[in-house]
Design a protein around this ligand. Structure first.
Ligand SMILES: [Zn+2]
Ligand SMILES: [Zn+2]
Length: 263
């Protein structure tokens, strides 16, 4: 029988936090059964860096995008360059990370909306799923989709922090929902949100190097810890962890059209 396997659907392997020991981080991920990893760009430059990482590590796939917190720094031509990059190589499997973030940034809302709209446009044009970041913009994002007349979308709401009503909105659009290790924190209360997501729409992620799980001495998070997210979800759903591993691996593989390494 195959060992329990995982996909970390959201990490930033290109970050300098991993520069001194990226090989060791990847070795620990492999050891933990993390078979595939999606590493997301936050701007044009880092999207290119992630494509480079797919050459170095066969289990890594990339996403190209402009993060809302980088939107105001985007230069003319960056959007089209992201599109070209995302189209240029089958190892770029998504457009991300993109979205709205009114937590870190209360000043550049116009730029954020503009880049988000453009990123959604290119994702549609090249037929790739999107990875959406939404922080402190729950209502605004829903209004945005309604106003833009976007009723269905192929992709995932990552590091989900909304309520049940928000989760239902995105599920109805056809989106997946993914959780990070913040669900392992003692003060995490949104168990009803996890319960309301059908298992076939669920993804696991670390968002590493951010959000190390509860009880770890390391401040930096890494893909091997995706198991901790699975564990917590398994506990909430009262299912074996292997079952959560199997279903979420299938989901990520289907959404991002990843090859099955066992075949
Ligand atoms: Zn994010
Ligand atoms: Zn991220």
């Amino acid at each position: 029988m195959r060992m329990e396997t995982y996909i970390d659907s959201h990490t930033h392997l290109h970050f300098e936090e991993f520069d001194r020991d990226r090989e060791a981080v990847m070795a620990r991920a492999r050891q933990a059964g993390v078979e595939q990893i999606i590493s997301l760009g936050t701007d044009l430059f880092s999207s290119r860096q992630n494509l480079q990482l797919t050459r170095q590590f066969p289990e890594v796939f990339a996403a190209a995008g402009i993060h809302p917190s980088e939107a105001h720094r985007a230069r003319p031509g960056d959007v089209e360059a992201v599109k070209t990059l995302a189209q240029s190589d089958p190892r770029v499997v998504a457009v991300g990370e993109i979205g709205l973030d009114f937590y870190w940034d209360s000043t550049y809302h116009r730029e954020q909306y503009e880049i988000f709209r453009e990123m959604l446009r290119i994702a549609g044009e090249i037929d790739k799923p999107v990875v959406i970041h939404n922080r402190a913009a729950q209502r605004e994002m829903e209004w945005f989709f309604q106003e833009a007349g976007i009723e269905t979308l192929d992709g995932v709401m990552h590091c989900f922090a909304g309520e049940v009503i928000d989760a239902r909105f995105y599920l109805e659009m056809g989106l997946h929902i993914s959780f990070t290790a913040n669900i392992t924190f003692r003060n995490f209360r949104a168990i009803d949100v996890i319960r309301c997501v059908p298992l076939e729409r669920l993804l696991l992620e670390t968002d590493s190097p951010y959000i190390a799980p509860a009880g770890t001495s390391e401040k930096r998070n890494e893909p091997a810890n995706v198991i901790r997210v699975a564990e917590k979800i398994a506990e909430i759903h009262r299912l074996p962890r292997e079952e959560i591993a199997r279903i979420t691996t299938e989901n990520a593989r289907r959404l991002f059209r990843l090859p099955d390494p066992a075949l």
